[in-house]
Design a binder for this molecule. Structure first.
Ligand code: NAD
Length: 416
């Protein structure tokens, strides 16, 4: 825990960590934990949990991981008045005061462990984008909510398109939610469309974002947060999701809104009326926040819907078939990306490393898995998946001149 009351002595505090070597640091300020909101210092379970996944999924030595809580305050009223709250009991600073605290941590961490990867996790979107842009080219760092989620959503979409046989650039993609995870996913998907020949302007025309106020448009009358502006539509404003679905006729709909049940029967059926095989991802976490369940999608679309969730759901029996929808969770991506980044001696973590990770993941889904509605490979293979992703990241880093270590002859075997 690096608390704001220790400002000025973060480096000294970090010296108290007993392990000499640290490879991976996951840091949060607890301000947007899953879909649960601002948990302040009580959000420490997230860095610990993510690092547990590094250990389980990518075989990272647990003693070489470091979970960090930037305990810089909370805006959660309940915690502010809770006598038993253990974190810094004041509001989070804003502006430069906030960024100075993060900067002091970044410098202190790198000073002690120059090669460690720093993963930003569960920061509110007003800080997530700016921290990534500040640090991505100067530190070995990435933002999992933006880039990890983006890559896992892209991988799921690429796998779903293997089922429908359609091209990504022909998709009309609607997001419910226009925050970190939604924009991160749209950016990854748009990048593939651009790689496939669309201009950046054409690619962005394939996306519609709906937030708490309705369709994100240029003429809506409110000041749009910076990350929404590239995706703001020129067309007329629509207030509700159902209106947007009827007008846009999306082929893909992703929920990253933390709104449990937002994909109603009416919405899903309206989508299915226009699209034979609607692709519907309810990615909000935890399970209680999912925009709809797999069972609902299969029932409302008469089995034609292609579904993934952010949190786990049990297999579904539908018309004599057992369908096994998968958890489109970034645990498929970040452990392999982190492993590849540290093994290759990468200077920075680039978007192309995340594309390589997404494509590797999508290619590992077997035909039998697609047949039962699984868009991600079995988690039983997670060590192999992470090794393959790490190899792809290493190869990408090397080809970009960003990795210090040359790719070994048989990278997957070497990594394993
Ligand atoms: P965020 O706070 O940055 O964004 C949330 C968005 O939801 C905002 O744009 C907000 O306007 C919108 N929203 C709120 N109420 C709404 C409503 N009633 N209708 C429409 N939109 C509404 O949060 P985030 O980091 O983007 O995370 C969003 C969700 O995605 C969380 O539940 C998180 O757990 C989940 N997530 C899942 C994964 C995964 O791997 N599956 C990864 C990252 C995030």
């Amino acid at each position: 825990y690096l608390s704001s009351s220790l400002q000025g002595s973060f480096r000294k505090t970090i010296d108290n960590w007993p392990q000499e070597e640290v490879d991976i640091i996951v840091v949060t300020d607890g301000s947007r934990i899953l879909g649960l909101g601002d948990l302040g210092a009580n959000g420490m379970g997230i860095p610990i949990g993510k690092l547990s996944l590094y250990v389980a999924c990518a075989g990272i030595d647990p003693s070489r991981t470091l979970p960090v809580m930037l305990d810089v305050g909370t805006n959660n009223e309940e915690l502010l008045s809770d006598k038993l709250y253990l974190g810094e009991q004041h509001r989070k600073p804003s502006g430069d005061e906030y960024y100075e605290l993060v900067y002091e941590f970044m410098i202190a961490a790198r000073d002690r462990w120059p090669n460690a990867l720093i993963q930003f996790e569960d920061f509110t979107n007003d800080h997530a984008f700016s921290l990534l842009h500040k640090y991505r080219s100067r530190f070995l760092s990435f933002n999992d909510d933006l880039q990890g989620t983006g890559a896992v959503a892209l991988a799921g979409l690429l796998a779903a398109l293997r089922v429908t046989g359609k091209n990504i650039e022909a998709q009309r993609i609607l997001f419910l939610g226009a925050g970190t995870a939604a924009v991160g996913s749209a950016e990854m998907m748009a990048a593939v469309m651009i790689e496939n020949g669309l201009t950046p302007e054409q690619a962005r025309q394939q996306f519609w974002l709906v937030d708490s106020k309705g369709l994100v448009t240029t003429s809506r009358g409110d000041t749009l947060a910076e990350h929404k502006i590239p995706y703001a539509r020129e067309e007329g404003y629509l207030e509700t999701l159902i209106e947007v679905v009827k007008q846009v006729k999306p082929t893909v709909m992703l929920g990253l809104s933390m709104q449990s049940g937002a994909f109603t029967e009416e919405v899903v059926k309206a989508m299915n009326r226009e699209v034979e095989r609607p692709i519907i991802f309810a990615l909000s976490n935890p399970t209680s926040k999912a925009e709809c369940t797999p069972e609902q999608v299969y029932q409302w679309t008469d089995g034609s819907g292609i579904y993934a969730s952010g949190s786990p759901f049990a297999p579904v029996e539908y018309k004599g078939r057992t369908l096994k929808p998968c958890q489109g969770n970034n645990m498929y991506i970040f452990p392999g990306v982190g492993l590849g980044a540290i093994l290759s001696g990468a200077q920075t973590v680039t978007d192309s490393m995340f594309f390589a990770a997404a494509k590797t993941l999508a290619a590992m889904v077997g035909e039998e898995e697609l047949e039962v509605g699984s868009l991600y490979p079995s988690l039983k293979q997670i060590r192999d998946i992470s090794a393959a992703i790490a190899a792809a990241v290493w190869e990408t880093g090397w080809s970009e001149g960003n990795a210090k270590g040359q790719v070994p002859d048989n990278p997957i075997q070497y990594i394993q």
